[in-house]
Design a protein around this ligand. Structure first.
Ligand code: MTE
Length: 320
């Protein structure tokens, strides 16, 4: 990972400041930058603002033919989140710092998408989306999803276990970690304008290789039975249901098997707030807010947060 420069508060010039009257949430974001480097005093960089966008997002993508729901992941004792609600409340900082970035995210160019898999593997490969769909049998799984900001949802993802990709590329014995890199083109993904160029782009995430091999670790190419809308990370993203949502990089272009723990986007910005491991844990508060409960998108219901987001039986053994 290149050495990423994190701007100090005094490096942000007045001319980069978006007028306060224009975007309240950006002002909030900037306030954080100026008060505490790239943290936020009183509100997270990963913000929890309610979405005020009333337009309906597009949901007309064709459905996957013959998609089967995996019976082991067919329900989670919580109602499914309404599709339109999930599609209008997103984090995709490449396109901006608000929850209503779904319209801006439509600029993401998903045609001829390629995913390069490289590093410490016997079979480095570059897959296009047809290769991926042919090679890895797609299934549907309903997972709980928990954002570090304490909102949660329940959605049906379409995709395949990451373990299948591991088997295809055959990591060598030296491979201990994996780095996932999201699409990045500053001409297209314009982000929060005042700070965009100073954030550690591209968005990256990382896992230990045994976490990636766990049966829950999933690559999603769809949601609610059809291809991923761009705001959810089309055409392929990670879904890590026992970890906070930021561990799931969207719109992945590169997967590298490496021998060391990679630097990652949020952990580089705020190592004390966004841990590399980032397992959901009600007893471990975020430095600035409790993680004891979560707010369900749509209903607004507050529910207790579950250890490992309710997936302890699958993953607790990974953490001794
Ligand atoms: N991936 C990229 N490339 N950029 C992002 O800003 N945000 C993360 C994660 N993946 C993010 C990302 C965070 S903080 C969350 S909570 C989830 O995406 C949100 O996924 P959703 O918008 O599909 O609900």
């Amino acid at each position: 990972m290149p050495n990423i420069h994190i701007p100090k508060p005094w490096e942000i010039s007045g001319r980069e400041v978006t007028p306060e009257s224009v975007f309240m949430n950006r002002r909030h974001f900037l306030k954080g930058l100026t008060v505490a480097g790239l943290s936020i005093a009183g509100a997270p960089i990963l913000g929890c603002a309610q979405n005020s966008d009333s337009a309906a997002p597009p949901t007309d993508a064709p459905k996957f033919d013959g998609l089967k729901r995996n019976p082991d992941f067919a329900q989670v004792n919580r109602p499914l989140t309404d599709e339109a609600v999930a599609a209008k409340y997103n984090n995709f900082y490449e396109f901006g710092g608000t929850k209503s970035i779904w319209k801006k995210a439509q600029a993401l160019p998903t045609e001829n998408w390629k995913v390069e898999v490289t590093g410490l593997v016997r079979n480095p490969r570059t897959y296009d989306m047809d290769d991926i769909k042919k090679k890895f049998p797609l299934e549907e799984r309903i997972y709980r999803f928990r954002c570090v900001e304490a909102w949660a949802m329940v959605v049906p993802w379409t995709g395949f276990p990451m373990k299948l990709l591991i088997d295809d590329v055959e990591p060598t014995a030296e491979a201990k970690f994996v780095r996932f890199t999201s699409f990045y083109d500053p001409k297209i993904t314009k982000g929060p304008t005042f700070s965009f160029s100073r954030l550690p782009w591209p968005y990256t995430e990382g896992l230990r290789i045994d976490e990636m091999a766990n049966e829950l670790a999933f690559f999603a190419v769809g949601i609610y039975g059809h291809a991923l809308p761009k705001q959810h990370g089309a055409p392929i993203r990670q879904v890590m249901p026992w970890k906070y949502g930021f561990k799931g990089a969207k719109s992945i272009v590169k997967i590298e098997f490496i021998d060391h723990q990679p630097a990652t986007f949020w952990n580089t910005l705020q190592p004390k707030e966004y841990l590399f491991e980032a397992n959901v844990n009600p007893q471990k508060p975020h430095p600035r807010w409790s993680q004891a409960t979560e707010r369900m998108l749509g209903s607004g219901e507050r529910l207790p947060t579950l250890l490992y987001n309710g997936y302890a039986e699958y993953v607790a053994q990974l953490y001794g």
